[in-house]
Write a protein that binds this ligand. Structure first.
Ligand SMILES: Cc1cc2nc3c(=O)[nH]c(=O)nc-3n(C[C@H](O)[C@H](O)[C@H](O)COP(=O)(O)OP(=O)(O)OC[C@H]3O[C@@H](n4cnc5c(N)ncnc54)[C@H](O)[C@@H]3O)c2cc1C
Length: 386
């Protein structure tokens, strides 16, 4: 009889669930512990583009490619750049042939969850601490119980991982950039003029040392990020998030002098207005292998979202860790091999994301953004010609 390591996965995000699914499909047991009370406890956030060589590859290995195609929005890959007067500087409206379709996070989580037995994910289990035992195994300490022992604990618990301190003393650092997130529901029916401004994909606007990215999600929803280079506590001091009406007015005031239709995007926002300070671990973050502990996704290498690589990197980590565990006779060697590859693999996307956040809102303003948009189009055309 095969003897498998007892595996605990902390976090039911895209990384943790992809790992759980691939292992489950191959018959290797693992339990996921998630702090949220249930699958619908919180909206999972905006839209993500899944890349062929990483996010999509992971879903293929998970046997969920058909399910992915059913939620993929190929039609929403366009991009536009406007100036603050709503004059169009750049448009790539014809991108439906690209291979980086958008999926909504909630839809992605749903297809992963639907592919797993219910009892495999233990909701309402916010990890407080991983406690080593003398025999090299680990107990998981939750508010109401201690669960264990486990041979292998995988931290897939995001930026503020409670598993990471067992292998690394690094914590994500504030990048200097804060997003204020807002959203417009049912935009096609409620605000067709704003829907036309956004088009099928995302728009960017940058001027006066501030910016905005607004992106079409599924179900006629649009999500926006107002972008500022400010101290960490600026948003909490500036906005009364408990009163969305006040937060909306205050946010619109930040864009005084911009075209009414751009400010209209904020005016049309629903009451979900929140601050998202952007943090990242250092490029090249790594650790000495420690028996029975590893990390994947944001827990291992959170990066700024400007490169659009975070979820793709998390899912590829999961697919690669699963592959190593399934192919390798010794799970300890599997984890070492996974870590060695992963440390190398994420250096380039992490460096690009670090450069992107460092140059965001530079004095070159829209000129630099225009270069990025053009370079992106060029790369897209080259890859579809190849
Ligand atoms: C504003 C913003 C926009 C972004 N846009 C993009 C984008 O367009 N494209 C892209 O690729 N990436 C984007 N990202 C990055 C992307 O969200 C992450 O890289 C991705 O979600 C990482 O997946 P993960 O599974 O590693 O972690 P997460 O998605 O963070 O999932 C971690 C899970 O662990 C759970 N958890 C946390 N702590 C505990 C605990 N103590 N105990 C138990 N469970 C716990 C959480 O509830 C969560 O379910 C964006 C990020 C931000 C902030």
């Amino acid at each position: 009889m095969t003897s498998y390591p007892r595996i605990a996965i902390i976090g039911a995000g895209p990384g943790g669930l992809t790992l759980a699914r691939i292992l489950h499909r191959a018959g290797m047991p693992a339990t996921v512990f998630e702090r949220e009370e249930h699958a619908l406890a919180r909206p999972q956030g905006g839209t993500l583009d899944l890349h062929a060589e990483s996010g999509q590859l992971a879903l293929r290995r998970a046997g969920l490619y058909e399910e992915f195609l059913a939620i993929a929005r190929y039609e929403d890959q366009g991009s536009r750049l406007y100036d603050k007067n709503a004059k169009l500087l750049f448009a790539d409206d014809d991108a439906a042939e690209s291979d980086r379709p958008e999926v909504d996070r909630t839809a992605l989580r749903n297809i992963l969850l639907a592919s797993l037995p219910e009892e495999l994910v233990r909701w309402n289990h916010g990890l407080l601490e991983v406690r080593p035992r003398d025999d090299g195994t680990y107990d998981l300490v939750f508010e109401t119980e201690i669960v264990g022992p486990f041979d292998l604990v995988v931290g897939a618990d995001g930026s503020w991982s409670k598993v990471r301190p067992l292998v690394s003393s690094y914590r994500p650092q504030y990048s200097g950039i804060t997003f204020i997130e807002f959203g417009i529901d049912d935009i096609d029916a409620s605000h067709p003029d704003l829907a036309a401004l956004v088009g099928r994909g995302k728009i960017g606007i940058e001027a006066d040392g501030r910016g905005m990215i607004v992106q079409r999600n599924g179900n006629s929803h649009v999500r926006g990020y107002a972008i500022f280079r400010v101290p960490t506590d600026w948003a909490e001091k500036t906005f009364d998030f408990a009163s969305p009406a006040k937060a909306r007015v205050r946010l619109a005031a930040e864009f005084e002098g911009w075209a009414p239709e751009i400010i209209g995007l904020i005016d049309a926002s629903n009451d979900h207005i929140v601050s998202r300070p952007i943090h990242a671990l250092p490029v090249g973050h790594h650790w000495q292998n420690r028996l029975g502990i590893t990390l994947l996704g944001d827990a291992a290498h959170v990066m700024s979202p400007f490169g659009g690589e975070g979820v793709n990197a998390a899912m590829l980590d999961a697919a690669e860790l699963a592959r190593q565990l399934l192919e390798n006779a010794d799970w300890k060697d599997a984890v070492k091999a996974y870590e060695a590859d992963m440390f190398e693999r994420v250096i380039e996307p992490a460096a690009q994301a670090a450069e992107a956040v460092a140059t965001e809102l530079s004095h070159l303003g829209a000129e630099l953004s225009l270069q990025h948009y053009k370079a992106h189009l060029e790369a897209r055309l080259q890859s579809s010609a190849a």
